[in-house]
Design a protein around this ligand. Structure first.
Ligand code: DX5
Ligand code: ZN
Length: 231
């Protein structure tokens, strides 16, 4: 199996210095990040508040890779065009955020972005069975969304089930929450190919001292490469 070549590390800027996002993004990209993960929270769907479209638009100027925007908001549909205008490459909505995920995914693609659908830990894989042809990414939450730095919840059974449901479709499986060099191998073994990591990437470093970001990213990559080699 050669899946290791396609593993993407997506640092979540929720763990960056909130006074200096532009340089934090540039620092993690220079240190090897594949995508930049942006966590949008509304204080309603999740108990925390983060970035509106103008903030995300400002981040865009600094992102040279892929801007992966994770909406933890309800409702989603009134804001899709605003996040398209802000420059999201991938826009992910939660299946729990409303009754019309099918329409939401169509609207995201219609606005010119890749469409992602996220599943909370309590939501079964079957919840996305009828929207697979509308999705470019499935985000499997391995924490209850709202905060960085939480403990990993093992969802390997769900990941495996999704990988089987996806079949040959070109859909990424992204894992979000509590990803570390210890937990990453089991999710990659189960079929994930995008690893979001906030605290595990930003710990120990700063934009003035970005080398730890690179060491942390390489540690994640090395952990899953060893996993792939062992298969
Ligand atoms: C949680 C967010 C995550 C979070 C991950 O609601 O969706 O992206 O930043 O943080 P860590 O990697 O610290 O668990
Ligand atoms: Zn996220």
């Amino acid at each position: 199996m050669t899946r290791d070549r396609s593993i993407k590390i997506a640092p979540s800027i929720l763990s960056a210095d909130f006074a200096d996002f532009g340089r934090e993004i540039e620092a993690v990209e220079a240190q090897g990040a594949d995508w930049i993960h942006v966590d949008v929270m509304d204080g309603h769907f999740v108990p925390n508040l983060t970035f509106g479209p103008p903030a995300v638009k400002a981040f865009r100027k600094h992102v040279k890779t892929v801007m992966d925007v994770h909406l933890m908001i309800a409702p989603v549909d009134p804001y899709i065009d605003a996040y398209a205008d802000a420059g999201a490459d991938i826009l992910t909505a939660h299946v729990e955020a409303g009754p019309h995920i099918h329409r939401t995914l169509q609207a995201i693609r219609g606005a010119g972005m890749k469409a992602g659908v996220a599943l909370n830990p309590g939501t079964p894989a079957e919840a996305v069975a009828h929207v697979l042809d509308l999705a470019d990414l499935i985000c499997v939450m391995t924490v209850n969304p709202g905060f960085g730095g939480q403990k990993f919840i093992n969802m390997t059974g769900k990941i495996r089930q999704l990988r089987n449901m996806i079949g040959d479709r070109p859909i990424h499986i992204e894992i979000d929450g509590g990803v570390t060099p210890e937990t990453a191998p089991m999710v990659v073994e189960a079929g994930a190919d995008v690893l979001v990591a906030g605290s595990a990437v930003f710990k120990g470093g700063s934009r003035a001292n970005p080398d730890p970001y690179g060491e942390n990213i390489r540690a994640l990559r090395a952990a899953v490469t060893r996993q792939e080699a062992a298969e």
